[in-house]
Design a protein around this ligand. Structure first.
Ligand code: ATP
Ligand code: MG
Length: 431
């Protein structure tokens, strides 16, 4: 059998991994600047954690979860999303009592979906969860933070869609209205929707079947069934976003048909990625903490799909990073290998931001210089017989016409620094 990766699960290899690191660092810095702290969670949980939170009516739990019995016979699942495990961990560690209310996580998620562009079986999310704040101020700030992220990534074609789901009671009333509406046209519904009609008719609004479009577009809207508090929450959120200059469209079909959702839901969408256009999705889930055994606690969060996000960043930039050095060290003979290894350590100490590659594996000076050139380095540091005897280093610029110089060992690092084109040494954060 030929060994291959599992369908829908991808390796992220260089140079793409550099892009991933840059995007992750940039997003982590922004999260930090808003006061968020990272939480690191296991990639599997007891299946009940997901069944109880995501609910067993959803596609995720019904069809997409990787569930298996471990060697003790316990039912475990690879996490399909981050919220459930995060709430479980927050309760287990008493984080809310400690005042840790703003958390973020990053990592792989697993869903057994049909793999296609932008949809994989292992994919990666950065997610944020905020506890014990009822909004709408924090709702707005979360959206402002995501807008800042797009700006920092140089993404300009994302649009914000917003909706409100009101309270559980609002949705209960709405559900029966919807049930009557769709029941009257049962003959037009597909199998999936008939199924949803019985369990949760709001999820029909989420159907991706184009044949159902006209029926769905004419359905009664939840916004007509909101109570005053929910209406006010939504109006205040909209007004903050307007003041902050964030454009949005209200999409009454944006629903998350779970009982614990309330009020704000939003998605950031692009048209550049085809059908898989949602890059970031979030919402308020005031009922979930209680559902998982905690005291009633308002909460809101979002998750963004990193594959889709990085694909977008990638489309804007072709200058992929495929070199790996700023400074490359070579020796003319095996006898001086220890000298260049030691010098390389000193260079790294002097400039931790530089990528310092010491030639290993021997070879002629000509082939070593070829490698130096291919590494992308701006200068080569050379030690041979002459240099060794005179306690000196030869510095050879690789990217311009400047003459090579031989300087005393002690001066080598400062001199090499002057050869590095300012700003050209790669900082992790720049894109
Ligand atoms: P979709 O409607 O695309 O299936 P979803 O509602 O299932 O999305 P969420 O559970 O809200 O998605 O996840 C948040 C984000 O994670 C999505 O907006 C998307 O960017 C990303 N995402 C979800 N599923 C996948 C997947 N299978 N492959 C890659 N990214 C995904
Ligand atoms: Mg999905």
């Amino acid at each position: 059998m030929k060994l291959q990766s599992i369908r829908g699960m991808n390796d992220i290899v260089p140079p793409h991994s550099s892009r991933w690191q840059q995007v992750e660092k940039l997003l982590a810095d922004i999260l930090r600047s808003y006061g968020y702290r990272q939480i690191r969670l296991p990639i599997m949980e007891n299946t009940a954690v997901f069944e109880r939170s995501i609910g067993d009516v959803t596609d995720i739990v019904q069809k997409e979860m990787y569930t298996f019995a471990d060697r003790n016979g316990d039912s475990l699942s690879l996490r399909p999303e981050g919220t459930a495990g995060c709430v479980r961990a927050v309760l287990e560690n008493g984080l809310i009592q400690q005042g840790l209310r703003k958390l973020w996580y990053i990592g792989p998620m697993f869903r057994h979906e049909r793999p296609q562009k932008g949809r994989y079986r292992q994919f990666h999310q950065i997610g944020v969860e905020v506890f014990d704040l009822a909004g709408p101020d924090i709702d707005a700030e979360l959206i402002l933070m995501t807008a800042r992220m797009w700006q920092a990534l140089g993404l300009t074609d994302l649009r914000l869609e917003l909706n409100t789901l009101g309270t559980v009671a609002n949705r209960k009333a709405y559900r029966s209205v919807l049930f009557d509406y769709f029941s009257a046209s049962k003959d037009q519904l597909d199998e999936d929707s008939l199924n949803r009609l019985e369990r949760n008719p709001m999820r029909i609004l989420d159907s991706k079947n184009p044949a159902l479009r006209p029926l769905i577009d004419n359905a009664p809207q939840l916004i007509e069934h909101l109570d005053n508090m929910s209406r006010e929450h939504f109006e205040r959120l909209s007004s903050i976003l307007n003041t902050a200059g964030i454009e949005f469209q209200i999409n009454p079909l944006l629903v998350r048909g779970l009982d614990y959702y309330s009020n704000t839901v939003f998605e950031w969408i692009t048209d550049s990625l085809g059908a898989q256009g949602t890059v970031c999705a979030g919402g308020r889930y005031d009922g979930l903490v209680e559902t998982l055994g905690g005291r009633p606690t308002p909460a809101i969060g979002f998750a963004m799909g990193l594959e889709r996000l990085i694909e977008l960043v990638q489309m804007d930039r072709s200058d992929d990073i495929d070199d790996d050095a700023d400074i490359y060290l070579v020796s003319t003979d095996d006898a001086y290998v220890s000298e260049i290894l030691v010098l390389a350590e000193q260079v790294r100490r002097a400039g931790p931001q530089w990528r310092v590659v010491c030639h290993c594996g021997g070879g002629s000076i000509k082939s070593q210089m070829k490698k130096a050139d291919r590494s992308g380095a701006q200068v080569a540091l050379i030690i041979g017989e002459n240099e060794s005897q005179n306690k000196a280093v030869t510095i050879k610029p690789l990217r311009n016409q400047a003459e090579q110089v031989t300087v005393a060992y002690d001066l080598a690092i400062d001199r090499a620094r002057s050869f590095l084109v300012p700003g050209a040494e790669r900082e992790d954060v720049t894109l």
